[in-house]
Write a protein that binds this ligand. Sequence first.
Ligand code: ATP
Length: 456
Amino acid sequence: MVTLDQIVQFAKSTGFIYQGSELYGGLANTWDYGPLGSLLKKNIKDAWIQKFQRESDYNVLIDSSILLNSDVWKASGHVGGFSDPLTECKSCNQRFRADKLIEDHDKTVSADGWDTDKMYQYILDHKVTCPSCGKHDFLPIRKFNMMFQTYQGVVLEQANQIYLRPETAQGIFINFKNIQRTSRKKVPFGVCQVGKSFRNEITPGNFIFRTREFEQMEMEFFVKPGTEMEWFTYWKAFCMNWLTSLGLPESSLQFDDHKPEALSHYSNATTDIRYKFPWGFDELWGIASRTDYDLKAHQLQSGENLTYLDPDTNERYLPYVVEPAVGVERLVLAFLTSAYDEETLENGETRQVLHLHPALSPYKVAVLPLIKKEHGEKAFEIFKTLSKYFDVTYDETQNIGKRYRRQDAIGTYLCVTIDHDTAQDESVTVRNRDTMAQVRIPISELRSYIEKQIEF
Ligand code: ATP
C-alpha cells in the first residue's frame, strides 16, 4: 500500500495539491488544490450531487450562507457544546485532543461519550505518554470551543460577533419550512448541500484528512417519526454503494456502529463508514439518526412553528432526521490512495498509474497528435469539439510513449491519438489507461464512445 508521504509527494509534483501559502513559508495545515486537484474535487462533488440529488426523486439541493445569525448556533448547541477535550503536556507544552490520545494509546478503546473526568483519570491510570516528548505529565482537560469567531461590520463589538459555520447542516434546518413550502415536497424528503465548513481543530494533520477549513457534503433526510431506522439502514447502504461503485474496494471499508453508550445525546443511531487510510482505518463518512433534536431546538429558539402537516393523514409532527455527512477532502485522500499504483510492465519498466474511476478522473481524455507538425491542426480541432462535453487535455510535446505515461500517472482515462491514417479514414486510435488496449474509432462516433466509457 502507498504511504502518506508518497501521496503527498505525488499530489504536489503532479499538481493535485500544494502546501497553502507556500510562497510565504506556508500556513500550517492549509492546502491549495491545483489544476488536477480542483477537477478531482469538482468530479467528487458532481458524483455526489448526481446520485444523492439529481437521480433521486426524494431530494433537493440548496446553498446556504457560511455566516449565520448567532442564534442558530445557540439553538443547535454549538455555542455551549461544540468543543473538543484539550489537554497539554506539562513538559513540552504540546496540546492534544484527550480522546485521541487515549485511542492512540490503546486502539481497542473508544473514548466516545466519555466526560473529561473519565478521560483524565484514564490518562493518569494508564500513564499515557506524550507523542511528542514521551513523558506522561498532562494538565487537566478543558473544553475548547472549535468555532471560528469573527465580526460583522466595522465595529468590533460583542454584539457583532458571529461564527464561520462548523457544519453545513444548520443552514438546512433553518430553511426547512422555506424548502418544504416552495418545493412542495412531502415527507420523506431530503435536502442536500455542499460547502465549506470551518473548525478550529486542536490537532489537524494527516495531510488533508483533518484541516481547519474543509468542504462537506451533507444531506438532511426528513422522515415521519418511527420510520427513521428504516431510512437509516437505507442511507447506510446507499452511501456504501456510492463509494464502492466509484472504485473503493469493499475490503478497505467498514461500518463502525456506535454503541448505545457512545451515542451523542441527540442521536438514536450512528455509524461511521471507515476507510483504510495509510495509517489505518479512520472515519470517512458519518451517518446519524438525529431524531427531531435540531428542528425542535430551532422551533424553541425562534418561536416559529416548524411542524409538518401530512396532507394525506392530516397528522402534524416534527419530522425526524437521518444525516449522512462526508468531507470532500477525505474522499480525495481515499480515492487517491486507493487509485495510486506503480505497475511493473513485461519489459521490466515501472508504470505509474492512477486507476481513478473515469467519472472522477480530472481529464477524461487526452488528445495527442502523433506528430505535431503533421497532425496538430486536426488534433486541435478534435480537442475543441470534445472539450464542449468533457474535461479534455491536449498534449503535443515529446514522444507518444512518454505522453501516454504522463496521462496514466494523472489518471486520464482515454488517450485519443491522431495519426497518418486519420486524414484517410476519419478515425483515431483510442487507448485505455487501465488495459492499455487500443481501438480504432471513427471521429463521428468519438463523443458517444467516450460517454459510454465514463458513465457513472
Ligand atoms: P472527527 O471525529 O474525525 O473529528 P467528526 O465526527 O467530528 O469527525 P462530523 O462532525 O460527523 O465529523 O463531520 C462529518 C464529516 O465531515 C466527517 O466524517 C469528515 O468526513 C468531515 N470532517 C469533519 N471534520 C473535518 C476536518 N477537520 N477536516 C476534514 N474533514 C472533516
